[in-house]
Design a protein around this ligand. Sequence first.
Ligand SMILES: Cc1cc2nc3c(=O)[nH]c(=O)nc-3n(C[C@H](O)[C@H](O)[C@H](O)COP(=O)(O)O)c2cc1C
Length: 206
Amino acid sequence: METELMLRHSITVGISGGSGAVYAVRLLEILPRYYRRVNIVMSNAARQVLAQEVDVVAPAAGAWGLPNATPEEAERVLIWNNQNYNAPFASGSNCPDQMVIVPCSMSTVASIAHGIDQNLMHHAAAVMLKEKKQLILVPRETPLSAIHLRNMLTLAELGVTLVPAMPGFYSGQSTFDDLINFVLQKVLNQLNIDLKLSRKWGEGGG
Ligand SMILES: Cc1cc2nc3c(=O)[nH]c(=O)nc-3n(C[C@H](O)[C@H](O)[C@H](O)COP(=O)(O)O)c2cc1C
């Protein structure tokens, strides 16, 4: 656990309506240990999926005390209304160094790839692109159409990191948690967070 002084400034987490709401919830249990502020923006579809897949109802805006958070960590996690363009991270003058959208629907992939600002999440991502900051997407859809692939290529060419929600089975993964952790480990690696959730290839044990 890092001390207050060592915490990073902030990160933006977008949650869109792709399947895999559990990835967002688990990631949000980890990030407040590393960032002073975790700004969350989520779509209406994400709210539906959160309720349907993990039985989680998030507040419309304000602090989000996730079940496994300490009181200090809970205070660091703030939800912003998806139409509130006054959010600090929506400005190039105050955007964070890192933003993750997890899970990332194909609709949100398309909006970001084409610069169509339909909500705060898209706008925040567009700001990360124009400021050349780190944007990580965790897309999920299968099978993928040529439109999906083209949009993801456009984003990859702009420097966006795509971490598809595609768990591997090569390091002894056998439980649901192992598969979630596999994907989250890839996201944490990109964020340069030194936390081990999943065994590396060649570390032994299977
Ligand atoms: C339970 C559920 C699961 C869904 N899973 C996916 C998915 O894996 N990938 C995807 O692109 N869309 C998925 N959708 C559809 C999106 O939610 C829908 O396209 C929505 O318009 C996305 O809007 P957003 O990008 O603003 O969140 C799912 C919807 C529901 C209700």
